[in-house]
Design a protein around this ligand. Structure first.
Ligand SMILES: *Cc1c(COP(=O)(O)O)cnc(C)c1O
Length: 462
């Protein structure tokens, strides 16, 4: 008998020490809950959710070391020792000498936008992130998407769909002039494109081009670890480098970074603004006192900063990031068995279902992704979120809906929280909804807030 090829699996590099019970609900219960929530999964009570894939933001399970760190929080108003521990690790892993803590990522975005942007400026970026672009616009800039075209094609299997298109960036520089571009705003992996990374080569090319025009690069390093993992596993020359080495090389091209610690750092709250530019640092340190708190706590408790400092040590461990992205890859390969369309290749933090394709009978102004997210919740209590026309908002000039090419439902994986069995339940639910897709009707918006409408918008079944 021929020897069978045995698959060798990986498993999580941790075991479970504390558990949190979750509630299983009936379809009847969920029907009431989603109606009360205006068919917006953001407005559901989390008690009514079985498997919560709404976001990976602040939903992480901390390690026993991080919890132990919470106990050594130094809650001094000024000069907490946890601040210095965190600052040292920010220097060590991001290579940035100057650091200001913030209560979360958008506070850092707010400060850096106000410091660097003048009214009438342009900010090129690789696609956009909701809060990032909003702060840039509120500071008076026009955001220009200069991501490669492939990013908008969910079937394109290119490995680095988060890359910047140098031709688009050059064209913008020629059109508006380098003086009108205070910085290029780069994120990786790109959330709105389905968690797609940029390559080190692309980053180097962008740096070279911008350097010749004296334009700085700023990095939304919120998910930089996932980008580093993709560089290690997909880009030539990086297989032998550690995640920490790749991260350091990435950040070396930037003048500064902002980070939502609620992602890579595996904590529940926190943010970072760090830079090589002393003048920018001094301005940020002035501003943080107005908006967040003293510059040695920035809206955080000492214990939170300690958990962040330890999270920085843990995030660069290869096994940790492999297990995280491995879970997303497993989800994708299970979905393939049922032929459910999603953005390919699978991203770093989430699966993005292609709602435009799944609910192809719904026009985009009936909110296919919003509809699909609600249907998924109805079927099994799995919560995802819309990333399509609702998230894209309205054009500030015309007031019309922005109709993005991608109309997606994002299923995001909290770090170290769910098991493979949870993943199986979610996949089977998606497959059932997919089979029944032709019977699904669209939604109408009945309440629309002015900013970031996806958070609080309400809908009605058509
Ligand atoms: C979450 C996130 C932000 C905003 O950070 P908050 O901590 O939610 O304020 C900014 N950029 C990216 C890429 C993010 O994922």
């Amino acid at each position: 008998m021929a020897k069978k090829v045995i698959k060798r699996s990986w498993a999580e590099p941790f075991k479970i020490k504390v558990v949190e019970p979750i509630k299983m609900t009936t379809r009847e219960h969920r029907e009431k809950a989603i109606k009360t929530a205006g068919y917006n999964t953001f407005l559901l009570e989390s008690e009514d959710v079985y498997i919560d894939l709404l976001t990976d933001s602040g939903t992480n399970a901390m390690s026993d070391r991080q919890w132990a760190g919470m106990m050594v929080g130094d809650e001094a108003y000024a000069g907490s020792r946890n601040f210095y521990h965190l600052w040292n690790n920010v220097k060590k892993y991001y290579g940035m000498p100057y650091f200001v803590p913030t209560h979360q990522g958008r506070a850092a975005e707010h400060m850096i936008s106000q410091i660097l942007i003048k009214k009438g400026d342009y900010i090129p970026g690789n696609m956009y992130f909701t809060t990032t672009r909003l702060h840039q616009e509120l500071a008076g800039a026009t955001f220009i998407d200069v991501i490669v075209d492939e990013a908008h094609d969910p079937t394109n299997e290119k490995p680095f769909k988060g890359n910047i298109d140098l031709k688009k960036l050059k064209a913008l520089i020629n059109k508006v002039g380098a003086k009108k571009i205070p910085y290029v705003s780069i994120a990786g992996p790109v959330n709105m494109a389905g968690g797609q990374p940029f390559s080190m080569k692309n980053l180097k090319d962008v740096y070279k081009l911008c350097n010749s025009h004296k334009i700085k690069l700023w990095f939304d390093a919120t998910r930089a670890i996932e980008n580093a993992y993709f560089i290690k596993t997909r880009e030539r020359g990086y297989a032998k480098k550690t995640i920490a080495e790749i991260l350091k090389e990435m950040t070396s091209y930037f003048e500064g970074i902002w980070v939502s610690a609620k992602k890579d750092l595996m904590v529940n709250i926190g943010g970072i603004l760090a830079t090589k530019n002393k003048k920018v640092f001094e301005k940020a340190r002035n501003m943080v006192v107005v908006y967040e708190g003293l510059h040695t706590y920035g809206g955080l408790a000492g214990r939170d900063m300690e958990a962040m400092a330890i999270g920085l040590n843990e995030m660069v461990e290869y096994d940790n990031v492999r297990a995280r992205i491995g879970q997303v890859e497993y989800f994708g390969s299970e979905l393939d068995k049922y032929g459910v369309p999603y953005v390919r290749p699978v991203g770093g933090h989430a699966i993005f279902l292609d709602a435009k394709k799944i609910l192809s009978h719904l026009p985009q102004d009936q909110f296919p992704a919003q509809t699909l997210a609600a249907e998924l919740y109805l079927d099994s209590g799995v919560r995802g979120m819309e990333r399509g026309v609702v998230s894209a908002g309205r054009d500030p000039e015309t007031g019309e809906h922005r109709f993005p090419k991608l109309e997606l439902v994002r299923l995001t994986f909290p770090r170290r929280v769910y098991t493979q069995a949870h993943i199986d339940v979610a996949v089977e639910s998606i497959a059932s909804v997919y089979q029944n897709r032709k019977n699904i009707t669209g939604l109408k918006m009945i309440y629309e807030p002015e900013y970031l409408r996806f958070f609080q918008g309400r809908f009605k079944k058509l």
